[in-house]
Design a protein around this ligand. Sequence first.
Ligand code: FES
Length: 293
Amino acid sequence: MWEYTDKVKEHFFNPRNVGEIEKPDGVGEVGSLACGDALKLTFKLDEDGRIEDVKFKTFGCASAIATSSVLTEIIKGMTVEEAAKVTNRDIADYLGGLPEQKMHCSVMGREALEAAIENYRTGGRKKRRLEGKVVCNCFGVTDREIERVIRENNLTTVEEVTNYCKAGGGCGGCKGEIEKIIERLQGDKAKEIFAVVPRKGGRLTNIQKIQLVQRTINEQIRPALRAHGGDIELIDVEGDKVIVAFRGMCAQCRLTEFTMKDVVEAKLREFVSEEIIVEEEGESAQVPHKHRE
Ligand code: FES
């Protein structure tokens, strides 16, 4: 169901530099099998202080393998100082992009690299230390890590934070705290989307429309569905057509038709555009919702 670029597929099917270097100069281990992703990165320097060899072992999905593989290609030949400047954005960009929900794999690559560099600089062989206060107990993510992904990737919603570092993706108990961090760091920017973008009548660019649809779902629709054990996921936006999928209780609920029209479509028409038509995933090939009354 994920849309992967050719480069992601290529690195997934033919990963480079798989394995572990004996007697490495730097070792970085991040993630855990319990959390579904884990990565061990080892590198060796040549006599000029450049990364001569680098290998990885990873446990995870196609994106985790592809990001680890491409990271080894990016940093091979770099000095440690140059490698320390590689960001998760660089890794994702090198792959031609990643699905938003998989951006945490690029963050895991960057964290493993930082851990390996720290290990090289300090000489220790410990797993990466958690800096800051743990906000998400389900995934062991601290406030400093959350702040960093927000700043580096200009995130404005809890869902985006979950996509980038998994925080909030378990029991959901930390979402309030994540919201406060976003508000503190991005307060004005987060409000900008609703305040600056014309809500009705004015023309939206595609990017504005997608942002506004996502934000309306996050803030106006999802809380109501979650209160009843359900959830909703934005699948695509094609012009005025918004394609969504219901999750949890909503997926089995016989009132889905009602929810679609009187909650989802109504809110999107109120906050985005009066022209919005909402369809459920897989419904496109059938008769549009609007005309099924
Ligand atoms: S504490 Fe963050 S999702 Fe459970």
